[in-house]
Design a protein around this ligand. Sequence first.
Ligand code: HEM
Length: 526
Amino acid sequence: MSAQKQTTSAPARKEYTREEVAQHNKAGDNWVIIDSEVYNVSKFAQLHPGGEQVFHDEEVAGQDATDVFFGLHRREVLEKPQYARLIVGTIKGEQPKLKADPVGSPSRVPYAEPSWLATGYHSPYFNDSHRRLQREWRKFVDEEITEIAQRVEENGKRPDVELVKKLGANGINAMRMGPGKHLHGRKLFADIKGEEFDYFHELIITQELVRCGARGFGDGLNGGMVIGLPPVMNFGSQELKDEVVEPVLRGDKFICLAVTEAFAGSDVMGIRTYAKKSEDGSHYVVNGTKKWITNGVFADYFTTAVKTDEGFAVMCIPRSCGNIETKIIKTSYSPTAGTAYITFDNVKVPSKYLIGEDGMGIYYILSNFNHERWVMCCSTIRAARAAAEQTLLWTNQRKAFGKPLHSQPVVRQKLAQMFAEVEAAQNWLENVTYQMCKMSYNQQSKFLAGQVGLLKSWSTRVSHNVADSAVNIFGGRGLTKSGMGKFVELFARTYKFDAVLGGSEEVIGDLAVRMALKQMPENARL
Ligand code: HEM
């Protein structure tokens, strides 16, 4: 998870001995020591969310409460200005030992980072440019995004448009679209050259963002662009691209992908939204509904799968056409994702908004599936690792029967399973990413569609296992939206999005096996 911003400590704090602090051990005159800092909780005690009584305990009042504190609170509690203000001094001759590492630095907790970022490890895949991007992007995420992510995940409002624009100005929105000509000559974040940008750069952008620990926000922050813009970029007319691409990449306009309906999910051919071409061919009239459309609530453009007289087509429908209603759908993650139910009611769409050729739509829709699924793998694998890190930290600081939780072999066994699975998933992901870097689009379709399908279905199984063990180890806190287990609670509640979106586990696992069967050599025999 993201390192938190460090509070600036007040200059020349008063120093006390432990004996002096111990004098302040009663209601109305109550101090405690946490990590060598002395807190005057005399007035705060009455406001304390955990109750006043805890401060009157003889092992707490005037005493060192570091262990008991970290068994019950996340470090970020102490970093909040309203609580940092309670500090009246420090213990003479002692230094805090438990402050967060500087913002942007890699975690030193074992297995908290993919091995290419862990001290002492090596990787054949990541070069200096990847490492520079990772360093600078992590700092940016920790300093400028995490706070917003946490805020909107909670209040359900759409991610700040100013942030999206800032990401646009820094080239991040364009980088999230993956490698390609759209990056050539463009000013990119961390001075990455568009020509050298590859799928490992994109993996870094996705995996670092996941560390915000806010799944709804992750989709709310232009998730619709990542899947809705490629059909326009790859198959749209120049006129359409001129209207849509740059405004979306700048963060001035928002786009989403509208394929699924109440009538059709993975069976995409079952959609019923219909676009009837006018006699003179100047426009289409669109009628129908779409369901579960990420960012649909605030999108300006809807990259929409429709049935037509020619078969299947895709249109980039501007909201400005009118007669389009978008309603929020309450899902198990935050409304900040802007998940919508959309109604097209006799929407007159000029023909210039048709993407590519009428009748070729299924090809345009399918063409981006591999990439979309791979992005989801990047995301769910990193989120599972973060949940494993949270669990390891928890087992280290929560004591039961006077010993840390990890003193129980059954807990260590669960940790072993988590670490092994996230390591395996990341290593497979990096291998697939390397293949993507080396293969043409057609080769990827031929050789990787099955692999990516398997990787996605397996990595969400990994997330399932990690979530299951993490919640069991966190206990009630793994079911609580604030406090120690809040990231695990969120992960356990939201990993299913990756298991279902972009093709559910069974459907894409099946796809992979069917592809393998098609590729069986004719002479294959036992
Ligand atoms: C400067 C010292 C302290 C501050 C600023 C503080 C602040 C808080 C806050 C903000 C919460 C709400 C939950 C959360 O956000 O994690 C909380 C909960 C709690 N605090 Fe403290 N606290 C302090 C010291 C202590 C100490 C020394 C104890 C000792 C037993 C304690 C016991 C609890 C308990 C039992 C809860 C409820 C935890 C839960 O619901 O799981 N607190 N505290």
